[in-house]
Design a protein around this ligand. Structure first.
Ligand SMILES: [Zn+2]
Ligand SMILES: [Zn+2]
Length: 168
């Protein structure tokens, strides 16, 4: 049986042009209901699977050459890097440069791009930024209006400084 935790998980975009492999060890998952994730996903929320940045970057050269990057400066001072397929437009990953120019230690893969075995049920992902949720939230879900306390050290969100609305 495959052991994705030690081998890394294959990930791909919708059209298959972008194919890469995650690091072996993921650091949690969250369903983010912030307004940016709604726009970016064109859906009710975005699901992120987190990894240590230094295990992802630098990217393999062939992958880096194919990926397009949407970069913007967040109100927090972070420079967001949003990696997507130039052919089908699927968002693959997010990372951020901190104001001092260093890479933020945690980055995320958009979880729906993962092809490998990923036990979504066992991960029990939390729902974050539910104050802007568009959909009903089940009572048994672990929900946070903004960031959970253990994620709050993130400087005002991966996407921007609009902390009240926007999360990961
Ligand atoms: Zn594609
Ligand atoms: Zn979000």
């Amino acid at each position: 049986m495959a052991t994705p935790e030690t081998k890394g998980l294959p990930a791909s975009c919708e059209c298959g042009y972008i194919r890469l492999t995650t690091p072996p060890q993921y650091r949690g998952m969250a369903h983010c209901h912030c307004t940016t994730c709604q726009k970016q996903s064109g859906s009710a929320f975005g699901t992120s699977l987190y990894f240590a940045s230094d295990e992802v970057f630098p990217l393999p050269k062939d992958v880096e050459e194919k990926l397009s990057v949407y970069t913007h400066l967040a109100d927090s001072g972070n420079t967001m890097r949003c990696y997507f397929c130039p052919k089908c437009g699927v968002r693959m990953m997010h990372s951020a440069l901190l104001p001092d120019g260093t890479l933020r230690p945690i980055m995320s893969f958009k979880a729906g791009t993962i092809d490998g075995e990923l036990d979504w049920k066992a991960l029990k992902a939390r729902h974050i930024f539910t104050r802007s949720a568009k959909m009903p939230l089940a009572a048994e879900w672990e929900c946070f209006e903004g960031y959970p306390p253990d994620m709050a050290q993130k400087p005002k969100g991966e996407d921007g400084g609009k902390e009240k609305e926007k999360g990961e």
